[in-house]
Design a protein around this ligand. Structure first.
Ligand code: NAP
Length: 323
């Protein structure tokens, strides 16, 4: 049977912890899932080094290995993996249709786990140094900066929260913010401003990250936006905390998306992982602007698979009732 004729029970988009956990549960629930891996197989965790807060790995585990293990588990129960990127989805009629290259896949339930991407500074070597001093997650990486000096870029809740968290480990935390007032909420601001390990560089931007692949981050070059003066500041880590963008471009105009304020651009979910279209579920960072942890993504992936399974059962019951 060609793809054109097949109607799959469940298709999962994305291969981070949410997508792979959804696949493990859906496969074990006999929903015969197809998982379309997307543009960054394994998701954001493949760009991190050691993950020390995923339960079950007391010695830590590196991101790519954790993702490989999850993938093996999903394969073991019969998930079919499809390489490629989805270019279009049609959720307005049933079955739902998903375009990947020249193929069109049809399904009864869709689980969206397309994740989010951290906003970066746009500096030429920031990806080369990612995981070698450049980070976007203090919760994941602060431990590696015990008694070291770090820079946090940004002035919102994330930056201030990350700086406060880092200050528990690092010797000195310098927050570099492009304006002279923080966007962060007053309580978080107060906590950071009073912390003696944190200093602020106002009206300042990072114009270069110093270091290379071998030596890792050695420092940053800063520009004072008022005086125009440039100075170097030595540091061991740079935490970019200027926001995230959820990967929802394919679903705009089709699903309810948060249109402003906190979580703008993220998929709206209710009752667990239900989206505005019955049969379409969303899990992981694509619907979570708050926690963004591998373990929470995995948790919602599990929820989505169970909800998809129940939805398929309800379709079967309806069909039997009609016969
Ligand atoms: P955000 O509120 O959008 O703040 C981003 C910060 O980065 C802003 O200070 C912004 O400067 C700065 N920035 C943006 N682009 C930049 C660039 N290219 N170069 C330098 N600086 C740049 O993002 P967020 O802090 O990640 O927060 C996102 C949402 O999550 C917010 O609604 C926040 O309230 C929420 N959140 C809440 C909590 C909490 O309640 N505990 C924790 C984390 C996040 P400007 O100020 O000049 O725009």
């Amino acid at each position: 049977m060609s793809e054109a004729d097949a109607i799959h029970e469940t298709i999962i988009l994305g291969s981070g912890p949410a997508g792979l956990t959804a696949a493990i549960y859906a496969a074990r629930g006999r929903c015969c899932p197809i998982l379309i891996r997307g543009s960054q197989p394994g998701g954001q965790l493949t760009t991190t080094t050691v993950i020390e807060n995923f339960p079950g790995f007391p010695e830590g585990i590196d991101g790519p290995t954790l993702m490989e293990e999850m993938e093996k588990q999903a394969r073991r129960f019969g998930t079919r993996f499809v390489e490629g990127e989805v270019t279009k989805v049609e959720l307005g009629s049933r079955p739902f249709r998903i375009w990947v290259g020249d193929e069109i896949y049809s399904c009864l339930t869709l689980i969206i786990c397309t994740g989010a991407s951290p906003k970066m500074l746009g500096l030429p070597n920031e990806w080369e140094l990612y995981g070698r001093g450049v980070s976007v997650c203090a919760t994941c990486d602060a431990f590696f900066y015990k008694d070291k000096d770090v820079v946090v870029v940004g002035g919102g809740d994330t930056a201030v929260e990350e700086a406060t968290f880092l200050a528990r480990f690092a010797r000195k935390v310098t927050v570099v913010h492009r304006r002279n007032t923080l966007r962060a909420s007053p309580v978080l601001q107060k906590r950071a401003l009073q912390n003696k390990h944190i200093t602020f560089r106002w009206n300042t931007v990072v114009t270069a990250i110093l270091g290379d692949k071998e030596s890792g981050v050695q420092g940053v070059r800063l520009r004072d936006l008022i005086s125009g003066e440039e100075k170097e500041l030595s540091c061991d880590g740079v935490f970019v905390a200027i926001g995230h963008t959820s990967n929802t471009g394919l679903f705009r105009e089709q699903l309810e998306i948060i249109d402003e304020g906190h979580g703008e651009g993220y998929i709206v979910t209710r009752n667990g992982t239900e989206t505005s279209i019955p049969g379409v579920f969303a899990a992981g960072d694509v619907q979570d602007p708050y926690f963004r942890q591998a373990i929470t993504a995995a948790g919602t992936g599990c929820m989505a698979a169970m909800q998809a399974e129940r939805y398929i059962e309800s379709l079967n019951e309806e069909k039997e009732g009609a016969e």
